[in-house]
Design a protein around this ligand. Structure first.
Ligand code: AP5
Length: 200
């Protein structure tokens, strides 16, 4: 059974590839970012607390993220395997995952930082299904509307220049140490993410 982790900086293409591969491989796509945004939109207590961290581009505290992740991994659609997109992001999250559902492979999306700011500021996402688009490299067929379900596209509040800079800094400080963590366990596969979507 595949239990894959997609690891990489914001904008590296984790969500784009997870959306495609989950569909092709029959795996569940678990994005902690999407789960947290859904909690924010629903106005739950967790969402209210997470919102201020996310807007600023900071990580949401481990105790909040671990709760929603553990609940999601326990749902029935994960029985055939899953792709974790955006989790774990800290060493304590990685050690907790070993207890919940150990990863079988970790894919590292590698791309120069200079490419990420443009990808993120040009990104638009479907407000209903979350499918990502890019105004420069992957625009929708009809402007402002999702190709899959016709819902309007949204611009994430943390895709503005200031939170983007914070998210990149946080990635290198808190998440990049996981590359050595998983390389040391023989699980890491490095992928060139600075290529067209189909090639990646
Ligand atoms: P999250 O939603 O996980 O965001 P992220 O990790 O910052 O990643 P992104 O979604 O920005 O990028 P991506 O790699 O998925 O790129 P995408 O495929 O969309 O997290 C958001 C926030 O939630 C965090 O800041 C934090 O506050 C909180 N959070 C989430 N998980 C957490 C956790 N575990 N612990 C604590 N806090 C957590 O692509 C980007 C753009 O590039 C798109 O426009 C796309 O069309 C384009 N693109 C993609 N691939 C290509 C390509 N090959 N060529 C050209 N363009 C491409």
């Amino acid at each position: 059974m595949h239990r894959l982790i997609f690891l990489g900086p914001p904008g590296a293409g984790k969500g784009t590839q997870a959306t495609i591969l989950a569909r092709e491989m029959g795996l569940a796509h678990l994005s902690t970012g999407d789960l947290l945004r859904a909690a924010v939109a629903a106005g739950t207590p967790l969402g209210v607390e997470a919102d201020r961290y996310m807007r600023a581009g900071q990580l949401v505290p481990d105790r909040l993220v671990l709760g929603i992740l553990e609940e999601r991994v326990g749902e029935t659609d994960t029985a055939a395997g899953f792709i974790l997109d955006g989790f774990p992001r800290t060493v304590p999250q990685a050690t907790a995952l070993e207890r919940i559902a150990p990863a079988t492979r970790v894919i590292s999306f590698e791309i120069p930082e200079s490419r990420l700011v443009e990808r993120l500021t040009q990104r638009r996402v479907c407000s209903t299904c979350g499918t990502p688009y890019n105004l420069s490299t992957n625009p929708p067929a009809r402007p402002g509307v999702c190709d899959r379900d016709g819902a309007p596209l949204a611009h994430r509040s943390d895709d503005q220049p200031e939170p983007v800079r914070t998210r990149l800094k946080v990635y290198w400080e808190k998440t990049a140490p996981l590359l050595d963590y998983y390389a040391g366990r023989g699980l890491l596969l490095r992928v060139d993410a600075d290529a067209p979507v189909d090639a990646v």
